[in-house]
Design a protein around this ligand. Structure first.
Ligand code: MN
Length: 238
């Protein structure tokens, strides 16, 4: 019995090789797992569940096939696909998760998160995050025609890429104090997150308690996943 966790695939029409890698992973590796968690940024951007883009439909169909085959599929929002809704989840045969979420992962209390909330050094980003996650703002945004939404999302994406060039590496990483605070509030669990694209295993000692923190890899160049069972977690690249 094991569970797989992935994040930050950033599936996009301009990276077809990553989409192929994802589809191969779903067909070949994921079916042996009891559950698959996608911890955010499955898509490079998601303009709303009425988006009929071929890539979205293809990814959803693959996940639905996996779920039908007996692997439970869980989706968490990232910053790029914060507008994934109930309709998409249904199409994926998946359950949408809160962020953060504490689960029992093969006997180990484990906190799952996308990870962007932990980047508290980036005040501009945190302001945008609060705006983008506000239900009122989401309703207003989704009331616009799909084409207008897509256009705005591409604009925001370009803006975020440009602003990242101006920011230091430290600002864009998680803030250790925010990590420690989160671990403290949830009873010192193991933490698994993505977002920063800095795959690693960290050890945090919080109030004398030792907590493992796994950072998932992004799929920009090459896919990969975290495999967890009762013995612990291991990182694998495709
Ligand atoms: Mn992200």
């Amino acid at each position: 019995m094991h569970t797989l966790l992935i994040s930050d695939l950033h599936l996009a029409p301009e990276r077809p090789q990553i989409t192929s890698q994802f589809l191969e992973f779903i067909r070949g590796i994921a079916p042996q797992a009891q559950a698959l968690y996608v911890l955010g940024d499955l898509f490079e951007y998601w303009a709303g569940d009425d988006d009929d883009d071929a890539l979205g439909l293809q990814a959803a169909a693959a996940l639905a096939g996996l779920a039908a085959n007996g692997t439970r599929v869980f989706l968490m929002h990232g910053n790029r696909d914060v507008l994934m809704g109930g309709l998409l989840a249904q199409r994926c045969g998946a359950t949408l998760l809160d962020d953060p979420l504490l689960i029992n992962l093969h006997g180990a209390p484990t906190l799952l998160s996308h990870g962007d909330a932990l980047c508290t050094g980036d005040a501009d980003y945190q302001r945008f995050r609060a705006y983008a996650r506000d239900p009122g703002n989401q309703t207003k945004f989704l009331a616009q025609p799909l084409a207008a939404r897509r256009e705005q999302m591409l604009g925001m994406r370009a803006q975020s890429e440009a602003s990242k060039q101006q920011k230091s590496e430290t600002i864009m990483d998680v803030t250790p104090a925010a990590v420690e605070d989160l671990l403290r509030r949830h009873g010192y669990p193991r933490l698994i997150h993505g977002h920063t694209h800095r795959p690693a295993r960290h050890l945090h000692v919080v109030d004398g308690r030792s907590c493992e923190r796994w950072v998932l890899n992004d799929w920009y160049e090459r896919g990969g996943y975290l495999r967890c069972d009762a013995a612990g977690c291991t990182m694998h690249r495709l």
